[in-house]
Design a protein around this ligand. Structure first.
Ligand code: PAF
Length: 281
């Protein structure tokens, strides 16, 4: 695996390849990331990953400083998965001066849900992804559906800026318990890890109510919030939204369900977890 720490070196190395397939990450890799690499491999003629912990997408009270940096283990996993090139710039390389030009995604999409609870998060994500895409110039880029709203923001950005990159969404990689894999799962104690599966269970319960014909979305959401709160969680949201725009649906009695997505964000102890579940009629 070729490791490039500078944009110049990356560009020099990639100039020989027509169609890179790219997986951006913040490191601390787990099986979910490696699954993204496996999906990227057949798409392009060179597989590129990046590791960059992006300060711009962390709020001041969040875990930028303590976000796990696991360089040696990350490199070993990428090598083993057959990644060809790793782009690992430091902050000075990617942000040599304060990043005053930023990508501001549509507020209708980026200021709700995650954007409401983490103001500025999607500006930080869109800005770094734009910059990484400009550096790598991939034909394909693979993102996990676990970060559902992030994937939608990136798709919108790529479409509106006419970037020559096809964005592929990959199904969420889960532990056997149903827990969606996330770098932040590493913060959970053993007991919390067992409890953490309740988040995906709560989403399944919401989906079952909708599929059984309940149209009382407020009651379905309240029940899920209540279940988690009673178990000691601090939920930010447990909500039913349209896949098309993440707005609340209007369910008409007797009408077929439109494609929906159930989205969850909740704190367990001091660890904030997110998850989601698509419902396709
Ligand atoms: O999903 C992530 O790991 C990050 O938000 C991303 C896309 C690598 C941008 O920093």
């Amino acid at each position: 695996m070729y490791i490039a720490h500078t944009i110049d070196d990356l560009r020099r190395h990639l100039s020989a390849f027509q169609s890179p397939a790219f997986v951006p990450t913040m490191g601390n890799l787990h099986a979910g990331h490696i699954d993204l690499i496996r999906q990227a491999k057949p798409l392009g003629n060179v597989t590129v990953a990046s590791i960059f912990v992006n300060r711009l997408q962390f709020l001041p009270h969040e875990d930028f400083d303590t976000y796990p940096r696991t360089w040696d283990a990350d490199c070993a996993q990428l090598e083993a998965a057959g990644c060809d090139v790793l782009f690992a710039p430091n902050e000075k390389e990617l942000y040599p001066e304060p990043q005053t030009y930023k990508v501001h995604p549509s507020a209708a999409l980026a200021d709700i849900l995650e954007g409401h609870f983490r103001p500025g998060f999607f500006v930080g994500v869109a800005t770094v992804v734009m910059k990484l895409l400009t550096c790598v110039q991939p034909r394909f880029a693979v993102f996990g559906k676990k970060d559902y709203q992030q994937l939608m923001v990136i798709r919108g950005m790529v479409k509106q800026f006419a970037l020559n990159t096809e964005i592929m969404g990959s199904e969420t990689y889960r532990a056997e318990s149903g827990l969606a894999l996330s770098s932040r799962n590493g913060y959970l104690s053993a007991d919390e890890r067992t409890e953490a599966m309740q988040l995906s269970l709560a989403l399944k319960t919401m989906a079952a109510a909708l599929k059984a014909g309940s149209h009382d979305i407020a009651a379905i959401e309240d029940q899920a919030l209540h279940t988690l709160t009673t178990r000691g969680w601090q939920p930010d949201y447990m909500t039913v939204r349209c896949q098309a725009d993440l707005l609340p649906p209007t369910l008409k009695p007797g009408a077929p369900l439109e494609p929906l997505v159930l989205l969850a964000a909740a704190k367990l102890g001091s660890t904030r977890l997110i998850d989601n579940l698509e419902i396709n009629p």
